[in-house]
Design a protein around this ligand. Sequence first.
Ligand SMILES: NC(=O)C1=CN([C@@H]2O[C@H](COP(=O)(O)OP(=O)(O)OC[C@H]3O[C@@H](n4cnc5c(N)ncnc54)[C@H](OP(=O)(O)O)[C@@H]3O)[C@@H](O)[C@H]2O)[C@H](O)CC1
Ligand SMILES: [K+]
Length: 488
Amino acid sequence: MTLHPLVLLSPHDSQSIDSAFGEDGHVRAVEGAGWAVARAIRARYAPCKTVVVCGPGFNGADGYVAARWLEVWGWSVVVLAVAAPKKDSLVEVIARSWRGRTFSEDGGRIANADLVVDAVFGAGLSRPLSDGLSHILRQANRLVAIDVPSGVCGETGRLLGSVKKAELTISFIRPRPAHFLEPAKALCGEIVCADIGLPADAVNEVKPRVFLNEPGLWLLPVADRGDHKYSRGVVSICGADKMTGAVRIAAQAARSSGAGLVRILGGDVALYRHSEPGLIVDDVPIGEAVKDSRRQVWLCGPGLSNAEVEAYLPQLISAGKTILADAGALGTGAEAVEALRGVSVITPHMGEFRRLFGALAESPRIEAARQAAQCVGAVVVLKGSDTIIAAPDGRVAINQHASPALATAGSGDTLAGIVSALLAGGMPAWEASCAAVWLHGDAGIAAASEYGGWPVVEALEKGLGRARQRAEKHQNAKNYKNLPFARL
Ligand SMILES: NC(=O)C1=CN([C@@H]2O[C@H](COP(=O)(O)OP(=O)(O)OC[C@H]3O[C@@H](n4cnc5c(N)ncnc54)[C@H](OP(=O)(O)O)[C@@H]3O)[C@@H](O)[C@H]2O)[C@H](O)CC1
Ligand SMILES: [K+]
């Protein structure tokens, strides 16, 4: 087994790899890690006065090895050991291989250093950073962090204490979720991930659950010469009487994302009939429409009032349809959560999430999304600058491929339309949601560049065909270019 290139390693994963190394293997891994840190630093900075601040665990051990290499290459290096390694531990053995100057008190060295390396805590952070340690690191002018800036929870991106921003963070094997989750993301600077030579036994310990959302994590439906509109998939959208724009935007997005046929049912039927000519508009009761087995995928929520949702959603659920619930269908509190059981995907922003799940919204976003997915039994797309896509089985993807240009009215309706089209094309719910979030982000990036930063929502839909082409170019698993981190 090898680790998928888009896996993100939680601290727990990283520690289970470490424990599978055995002592010799562990020493080799630390040697590889420290050497990688030194190489990444040498590639970015000229030799300068450097302080490596080492903690008591293997994060500190990486620091001692990095210090050794930098000194070998002629740098002026001292180690500040803020906590000694445990007696007779492997870390102590590795620390002894550093023969240079070591201090246990800062004595003004940090403030006077050109570069400070934060090797205090990484995966083993178990409680908040003390004020004393935080004060020491905050005096650094330029900081490079090993694994994560000390005080960052590698799993959730939460900060345990006051954390100093690094301009470079060097991690190992695969990046950590925190590198891509706010608030930690803003404190990591450039991310470098080093391959330190992976023994297969150690990798087998890892059950990947967190992924970076990039093409290659999913495959888009393949266009075939024999395609017809029903094989491409039918999307049905519950029509709104008043907020008709939301429905039309979602319908256009679904049509531009490969759906063979998009139908709107009910609401202001006359208006929909006079809008885009490529739509089919139905004026039949929902109970009739659900009998058509070709109409499996339904989008329920954009533009809908509570009363409209109540008229549509229970019937769709009892007919066993594949449902994306968004906007109006994401009501308030436990009753609304109960009413959603049976849908396949929900796409809340943080406000909607808080209304639905209450106190769960106070948990770190990745954990909140995962628990909500388990609670509803549906994929949860928790929208934001670091959108999280959580499946009920515990898989989570973190999306980075996005643009602030997406923060515009109607953007969520566009996303809902894309997810619906990919569901109709036969993709499983988590993969369809991940792919849709990426395509939506890509269209936002392209629209921002084409229209100068503030594109209107209609521009997103126009970019979806090209977004699809770019995704297809990158989804070949061997072609992981343009990832949001450098590889060493
Ligand atoms: N597989 C990999 O990715 C590799 C990672 N490497 C590096 O290893 C570290 C993880 O090392 P670990 O020893 O597990 O953890 P830490 O170095 O982060 O620190 C653990 C010790 O720190 C104490 N601790 C934790 N939090 C605090 C705190 N707030 N204040 C004081 N002390 C703290 C902790 O004490 P406990 O009481 O909780 O036991 C431990 O003593 C990873 O980050 C990488 O840098 C490998 O080198 C290569 C393979
Ligand atoms: K660190």
